[in-house]
Design a protein around this ligand. Structure first.
Ligand code: 5GP
Ligand code: ZN
Length: 112
């Protein structure tokens, strides 16, 4: 999508600190981290949010979780623990309308 921030980041048209990339998935450091490790995982294909996942596009979600597991291990988070969050819509505070999963870790997390 031409005016989407995360589409531009995935395409390399805007700078980011890349952590992981494959054919379907791009991962990069959040610009405003809320935990010592805060990485965003996005599909390269534009999907506006979790409410727009369908049987046609859902395969990328498992690709994203495979990437999350790989990066979590690389960062040692499989030992310490981590959280994966996807905010969807106004009540959740979604601010970028391209599906993304926050990988949060490196500290003890409170809930909610
Ligand atoms: P949301 O609030 O939609 O769940 O999360 C959007 C996330 O994207 C926020 O954590 C925010 O800090 C991050 N973000 C927004 N703009 C940029 C950007 O230009 N670059 C990077 N790396 N992260 C961004
Ligand atoms: Zn997009």
């Amino acid at each position: 999508m031409s005016d989407c921030l995360f589409c531009k980041i995935a395409a390399g048209e805007l700078p980011s600190k890349k952590v992981y990339e494959d054919e379907y998935v791009y991962a990069f450091e959040d610009i405003n981290p809320v935990t010592p490790i805060h990485i965003l995982f996005i599909p390269k294909e534009h999907i506006s949010g979790a409410s727009e996942i369908t049987s046609e596009n859902s395969a990328v979600v498992s690709k994203i979780y495979e990437a999350i597991a790989k990066v979590a291990k690389e960062k040692g988070l499989d030992k310490s623990g981590f959280r994966v969050v996807s905010n969807c819509g106004a009540d959740a505070g979604q601010t970028v309308f391209h599906l993304h999963f926050h990988l949060l870790g490196g500290t003890k997390l409170n809930w909610p």
